[in-house]
Design a protein around this ligand. Sequence first.
Ligand code: PTJ
Length: 262
Amino acid sequence: ASWVPPNHPRRESLFIRERLVDGFRDGYVAFQGLIAHGRGECFDYLVGESTIPPALTAERVAAAALLTASHPVISVNGNTATLAPRQIVELSKLINAKLEVNLFYRTREREELIARVLRESGAEEVLGVADDASCTIPELFSERRRVSCRGIYTADVVLVPLEDGDRTEALRKMGKTVIAIDLNPLSRTSRAASITIVDNVIRAIPNMIKFAGEMREMPRDELVNMVRNFNNEENLRSVLTFIRDRLSELASKGITLEFPKP
Ligand code: PTJ
């Protein structure tokens, strides 16, 4: 992204956007992934493009849920693979989770390209590619229904960064704990997940790495209690309240930029 001016006020955001475009050009981000990113950017403005307190709480609880899981799996799609490949692999090693490619717009080529990106980022094993995706999530009719029998199908805790909707519900119906990372607190995914992290994947994964590192030595009972005492409904309400209060404050303070008078 050498064209991004060094002093552009939205430099960071432009760089991140460029990663999506690169992933798209390389053939593993879906067309629709570009649209999804734009939607994410919009919601990111509402939370002030930083991790808000309820998201931090959810990230800590998510780390606890992953550390205490007996069979945790991280589901990876095109957007996540381009936004945080090394971080996803690092988190999977820290919490002993399997990595599985699971795509809404599934093609053999994209599956393999994403698995390659993950391997180049240090992953030893990547599930869900080609014939490995031979188990079926009941009641799900998108391509996402095809999962690895050694991965999502048998997982007790599944992390789904940047999800598209009804799979979270289907996984919940199977009795699994679903951790979603979704900047839109109103999406079906956010409303169906067991633990909803309303934050950008770019910030959420590093935060979870930090928490998992800190919490690894904590007594198991304490971690289990953290998860048990977490109330996702309450947490999502806090997210909505945060956004409402933030917008009210901006509305009363004003938001225009200052310029010299003509
Ligand atoms: O790679 P595939 O084929 O599995 O397809 C992936 C996409 C993302 C295209 C697919 O899952 C999809 O269509 O998703 P949706 O329905 O567009 O939902 C994506 C959600 O993620 C939206 O609620 C966005 O607000 C949110 N989102 C987008 N970018 C980010 C994000 N949330 C967190 N971090 C982001 N960077």
